[in-house]
Design a protein around this ligand. Sequence first.
Ligand SMILES: Cc1cc2nc3c(=O)[nH]c(=O)nc-3n(C[C@H](O)[C@H](O)[C@H](O)COP(=O)(O)OP(=O)(O)OC[C@H]3O[C@@H](n4cnc5c(N)ncnc54)[C@H](O)[C@@H]3O)c2cc1C
Length: 373
Amino acid sequence: MRSVDVVIVGAGPAGIGMAMALQQVHGLECEVLERGQLGESFRLWPTQTRFITPSFYSNPFGLADLNAVDPISSPALSAGTEHLSGLQYADYLKSVVETAQLSVSCDCEVHEVASTADHRFRLTTEQGDYDTKFLIWACGEYQFPDLKPFPGAQWCMHYASVADWRDMESGHFTVIGGYESGVDAAFNLLQHNHGVRLLVRRKTWDLPDVDDPSQVLSPYSRERLRVMEDAGALEVVYGVDVVEVSCDNQGGVRVHAGDGRYWDSQTPPILGTGFVKGGGARQIAEHWSWDEAGHIRLSENDESLRTPGLFLVGPQVRHDAMIYCFIYKFRQRFDGIAREIARRLELDCTAQILTSGTWGPFGNPECCEGCAC
Ligand SMILES: Cc1cc2nc3c(=O)[nH]c(=O)nc-3n(C[C@H](O)[C@H](O)[C@H](O)COP(=O)(O)OP(=O)(O)OC[C@H]3O[C@@H](n4cnc5c(N)ncnc54)[C@H](O)[C@@H]3O)c2cc1C
């Protein structure tokens, strides 16, 4: 059995960014375990999907790239583009890992987590057992789509199961969901000459009272929506609360709304309806405390309220009204966890990298003073 101070499960931006922050804790041993390859979720994105948050190499002027996982690297610089594809972002993560020489074990799924009597964790993995003092869960959401948002959803195809929009059989599609993945699905289907009807509950692109940029449609997707509307190519139906999808046994499906309206389709409706609440953290559901809405309750340092020593990083982290669902948001939490672990292990950490100002209004103030960018 291998024994380390910290195990991080998941090598997406949350896991890799957290490992980078922990590298600033002197003398700490950390291992990242990943069931697929580095950036596996991004490798699974549909080929045509692009980042909605733009990347820009602003580091030399102290403003970190919006999609970077540490204060000095830049996906814009490594990919040479503003809206990266999933593969480009996975390659960026790989370059961060290689440059920093992080210890990551790929093809190493964690099957079971047990807390031991001496307040440690024992992990059963595809590559043997691990023993660790601290466990950081970074399993994301993408690989945990909600496949049952309503009865009959088995007749639909979830956005996360599309590898390439070019592979879709020709026809007219019904897309359910008016947020990022629904609009992206509609855009890509139209690009490949399919007809599209988009069923939405509300206009997520017109919510004047909402401040959180992750609750309104991003400017990138709004622009695409405008292109589709201007071309008169897209049918959008508003106020639709889908309650069921039925199948007529001849390959046809009917999408039913709560108000009695329905739409027939010869192709499987596309679900842009989201992911399981709690995402990959559901794998170890018994180690978390859950609220009535299905979110995880955390300490101010993002530690489980049920299992001391277990931390959560990534898009499921929430504190009151703050939802840390994008990279530029959840990376702000790495610092607090690294400091807390350093404190408990009585180790020093490099304050200038880990200061909370690092991701503040002016990014990394130390950039280009002996840094590696
Ligand atoms: C279509 C789409 C577009 C998006 N666009 C943006 C954007 O523009 N900007 C932005 O900031 N965010 C965007 N997001 C959200 C962003 O992708 C996620 O917030 C981000 O991927 C979360 O990172 P993560 O590291 O927590 O999860 P992931 O990237 O999913 O990484 C989790 C890792 O854990 C691994 N894993 C899971 N279970 C286990 C296990 N038991 N053992 C070992 N390994 C395991 C998985 O293989 C995976 O590699 C988008 C999401 C989608 C779906």
